[in-house]
Design a protein around this ligand. Sequence first.
Ligand SMILES: [Zn+2]
Length: 570
Amino acid sequence: MSLRSIARRTACVLAAALAGTALPALADTLVDNVHGTTIGADGQPEAVSGLLFDDTGVIRRVFHPGEKLPKKGFAYHVDGKGRVILPGLIDAHAHVMDVGFAALTLDLTGTRSLAEALERIRAFAAAHPDRAWITGRGWNQEDWGLKDAAGASRFPTAAELDSVVGDRPVWLERVDGHAGWANNAALKAAGVTAQSKVPTGGAIDRRPDGAPAGVLVDAAQSLVAERVPAPRAADRDAALAKAQALLFQRGVTAVADMGTSIEDWQAYRRAGDRNQLYVRIMAYAMGIEQMTLIAGPEPTPWLYQDRLRLGGVKLFMDGALGSRGAWLKAPYADAPATRGLPRMNETQLGNLMSRAAMDNFQVAVHAIGDAANRLVLTTIDDLAATYKGDRRWRVEHAQIVDPADWPLFGRNGVIASMQPVHETSDRTMAEARLGPQRLAGAYAWHSISGAGARLAFGSDAPVELPDPFAGLAAAISREGADGQPTGGWQPQEKVSRAEALAAYTTGGAWAGFAETRFGRLAPGLRADFILVDTDPMTATPAQIRGTKVSETWIGGGKVWSADDPAAVGK
Ligand SMILES: [Zn+2]
């Protein structure tokens, strides 16, 4: 029933575009005047010159250069106007709701002075009179040159925030997440006073009279953060709509949501029930508890014409390299007293993975440091003897892997879910943290793939932009947006264009058990495709980075167009 209605809606959109055309019961659509590439069933790139899909949004035929395209036998015609056609891109690791929330809250990154920040805060509050709290992030007082009376660097104050928003609480996270800035309404709402007990591992910035000055550091942030009201269902729905628009404008048609909560899931279901879920979400629950809460005894079926499924669980083995939370085999080069920390021990990891696997949930484990990666890989190796069959164990990030452990990926066909842009953003930091000896195992896409891993590429948005073209450029060049370093960082780990495109399409589909549904242009699969201005198989990395998406299609329906970027799925 709903399949028909989706098809009918699609057909209506197309019919409206061709006003006056009669609407046949069965209506195929031909896309022509395009050239581009899909990854074929054999994993090799395949040139595409046209596409025919039916009124349920399933591809009937793919045309290749030299083949004659039909002149009749279809009802609708999409003129590609000579643009490049690609399969819809898949982001294999992102946080869908956070992408939306990050875009809907106040962003102070890039402010050069307190005055500039205050003006941005004032304008944001004025534009959102309905919000009970104003929340945001991204400030850095080092960039503002704030000094106290003695000339020392100081934090901004609650009084300064009050000067622009005094009528309701304001709570703004510092750029690194290690401090928060409150106005007096927020301090009052949280009951923070001169007498407040400071949580262990935290600090309260104080005025000379001992009263809280406005900024709370590290663990003390929870005093206010816990009082910020949880988003309402309507806020979540707005965030999901925003996230979809941001993904579509970058050509992403499917995404693995890495850490889905029950509230996230309910937002996806509400959107699906209202025919407003356009993006395909492969959801991985945030831990075992959320997994059973959302899905119960087994993975959910695919819902809404392959747009939503809870197929697995996300677990955390360690933290991140920047904060030295990644768990290393040997001490940090720039902090010899620490190797970082595992978030659980071997037994706990084995138990959680077993718990998921016994009910046939797929397991995805965050592992950044080489010690974390080794433990996850050896645990998979152990469990693979018990949990047989097609498990598709996933390692998320696989950022620093000891070359001695690379073969463990191949032994069990483990999926390496990696984020090419992390390499270009973090290489200098990685050099400092790891020293020269361990760099061969950092962001080692080519070697890990060569060892038999299945690559799936993603962005980790909103940590990075959900931009697969930046990722494709980084993957084939190991150069940043500035072209540095020339020739690429650890250039032996570049991957070929075809391999990069595969990791953003078929690799992501495989990693989500979706390869028979979407991920490439082939008969029987969903007609998910994009029309862009740049061919990633021939363009320079800089050109690929600058790719403009003109149209995004999912299941045979146009969900986004650069001509009307505010409209999604209309
Ligand atoms: Zn993540």
